[in-house]
Design a protein around this ligand. Structure first.
Ligand SMILES: [Zn+2]
Length: 463
């Protein structure tokens, strides 16, 4: 039997208490990586001990394999209601796939308790299943790290109570998740990308991102300068974009490979094993690594991702949290997050305080309210992303007082000029080979003395 962490036990107990109080549909919010499916399985094991029939419903078929493993850890004997599995109506516990479940509902006996995994994934299948369960008197526990539908609709339509787990900050401080260093080395112009139903129109976005080879080149260069040797993944916008990214990383001397759902099984295995051995340093993907695909369970040993290059702009906080969650899995050194897709600006930083409710998200003038209160500042010198303050906590750069006039009259020109300067400055740092080179740059730019040490460490310069 798997032992829960104290914070997990606390949340499980809180859910049990609300059930005891008579709430029949409870939303359990917990951060990506906090172990939602483990906690839910613990609850189901408790119910099984009282001889209750239980279901665990997943929105995507590729999540079934992983759940099977988690159920086994809890010695939960089970069968499946999913395509490709024969139905055993006598089994007291089922892992179900929403799509199959929806089609078979009328032939099934409702369980006493059902867990709805990733319940922010709405859609007609989910609606039907949840409504049917409620009609049958089933107790429901919904799981989500980001309890809103993509449209911004709150989940109060299904759940009458929400219980929230520890924040990402807390999980990092208590060594349950890895700490991280957020950088935004480049921005992308998304002004021509349309938005529909709460996220970018995929076709527009695909076109925009596939055109921008400079951005991919930037991502490769940035990784090479600041993180070479660490295991990284790149999130891309389309399969084609992911293939382009792998090719450009390889051209830049970074051994990289692309993975998608259609990569043959044995090839996938070989790639992941080469990655674990650091023969490959980068995996690029479109959606494979965002949802459900577990590197470790694919090859049977742990594979730790240390760096993330984000080339996938999104307005979906759920998707963004999944992407960040992947690199925040516990490890000894802080994860590096390189945002090339304006996602810090869109969503804030991973550990920002977010206020979850069962109500709808409030629409604001600029779009959807994103549950965050603090805007993010991006350092023009080292690209560190941080909450607003007068200087950069990473390199000590002091922000100039912004001139309104300049931005109004010469805004565009100034921006282009600034970009050009930034790139030139970055290249200068990239080309520095010795401590003397770094000291010279520091003097010229008026940085704090610590900058030299930090840069030397990042670039592994010893003399
Ligand atoms: Zn800085």
């Amino acid at each position: 039997m798997l032992q829960l962490y104290p914070d997990q036990q606390e949340l499980v107990d809180a859910v049990a208490e609300e059930m005891h109080n008579g709430h029949k549909a409870i939303l359990m919010q917990a951060a990506t990586g906090a172990g939602k499916s483990v906690m839910a399985s613990a609850i189901l094991a408790r119910a099984r001990a009282k001889n209750k029939r239980v279901w665990f419903d997943v929105p995507r078929r590729n999540l079934i394999k992983q759940m099977h493993g988690t159920f086994n850890h809890f010695e939960l004997e089970h069968s499946y209601i999913a395509a490709g599995h024969s139905l055993n109506p006598h089994s007291p516990a089922h892992i179900t796939s929403t799509e199959t479940l929806r089609r078979r509902l009328q032939q099934l006996k409702a369980p006493h308790l059902a867990v709805i995994d990733e319940t922010h994934f709405g859609g007609s299948g989910r609606d039907t299943v949840i409504e049917w369960l409620k009609e049958q008197g089933t107790w429901i526990i919904g799981l989500s790290a980001t309890p809103w539908l993509l449209s911004g609709q709150g989940l109060g339509c299904w759940y009458d109570k929400m219980v929230c787990g520890k924040s990402i900050r807390w999980l990092i401080d208590n060594k349950r998740l890895s700490d991280y260093r957020p950088f935004a080395p480049s921005r992308v112009d998304l002004s021509r990308v349309r938005t529909s139903n709460g996220d970018y129109v995929q076709r527009d976005l695909k076109e925009r991102m596939e055109q921008d080879s400079v951005l991919i080149g930037d991502a490769a260069q940035h990784y090479k300068e600041h993180a070479f040797g660490r295991l990284g993944i790149a999130y891309c916008t389309s399969v084609n974009h992911s293939k382009m990214t792998a090719a450009m990383f390889n051209d830049a001397g970074i051994p990289a490979a692309h993975l998608d759902g259609d990569t043959p099984e044995h090839e996938k295995n070989q790639i992941i094993k080469a990655y674990a051995r650091r023969e490959l340093l980068y995996l690029t993907n479109c959606e494979l690594l965002t949802f459900g695909f577990d590197l470790a369970s694919q090859v049977g040993f742990d594979v730790t991702i240390e760096v993330e290059s984000d080339l996938r702009p999104t307005k979906s906080l759920a998707l963004q949290m999944q992407k960040w969650g992947r690199v925040l899995r516990k490890k000894d050194t802080p994860a590096l997050i390189f945002d090339h897709a304006n996602n810090f600006e869109e969503h804030g930083l991973p550990c920002d305080d977010r206020h979850w409710t069962l109500q709808d998200r409030v629409k604001t003038r600029g779009g959807m309210h994103t549950a965050r209160a603090v805007p993010v500042k991006l350092c023009p010198e080292c690209y560190f992303a941080h909450p607003p303050r007068l200087d950069c906590p990473s390199c000590g750069f002091v922000y100039p007082v912004e001139s309104r006039e300049l931005f109004e009259v010469e805004g565009e020109l100034a921006e282009i000029e600034e970009k050009r300067n930034r790139r030139a400055k970055r290249m200068e740092v990239g080309q520095a080979k010795t401590l003397a080179d770094l000291r010279k740059i520091r003097e010229e730019r008026g940085y704090k003395p610590e900058w030299v040490f930090k840069m030397a460490k990042a670039k592994d310069i010893k003399s």
